[in-house]
Design a binder for this molecule. Sequence first.
Ligand SMILES: Nc1ncnc2c1ncn2[C@@H]1O[C@H](COP(=O)(O)OP(=O)(O)OP(=O)(O)O)[C@@H](O)[C@H]1O
Ligand SMILES: [Mg+2]
Length: 151
Amino acid sequence: MRTKQTILNEFDCVLPAKSVNEGVARALVGAFLLQMDPTVEDLSDLKCATSEAVTNAVVHGYRRREGDGGAEGRILLSVAILPDRVVRVTVKDKGCGIEDVARARTPLFTTDPAGERSGMGFSVMEAFTDRLSVRSRPGRGTKVTFYKKMK
Ligand SMILES: Nc1ncnc2c1ncn2[C@@H]1O[C@H](COP(=O)(O)OP(=O)(O)OP(=O)(O)O)[C@@H](O)[C@H]1O
Ligand SMILES: [Mg+2]
């Protein structure tokens, strides 16, 4: 059993899975974390990692819904400030899910059929944060969580 983490401040929002919201999520995370007086580098790392996770939800998680006339998928973005200047970001979708998470996290692995993607999103998230966890169930969705201790 895990004890519940103390949250000093937090921010949750729901965004429709539109590519314009990749930048919106980036800006929201940046604005919320200004209260910590972060370094430019820490802030930029978290913004980049967030935008990779949101981009994945838009382009992969909800890819099957594109143009099907149905309701757009929703992405839940949640940012928490934990003790000791640790930030936790969670990006959750209820999209198609990932069959093999270990394989998906391998650098250069992509399922993009058009070849526009480089398969580096998870590697970027790993490089820019201290810990990355990816939980996914095919047909149910994906939850990406990362932590970073700020200077
Ligand atoms: N939220 C998600 N839902 C479903 N599949 C996902 C999701 N996020 C990632 N994936 C799968 O994991 C693969 C690897 O993701 P990653 O971000 O590393 O690379 P990419 O998105 O293909 O390319 P890049 O991020 O460099 O543009 C994706 O190609 C996709 O198959
Ligand atoms: Mg990606």
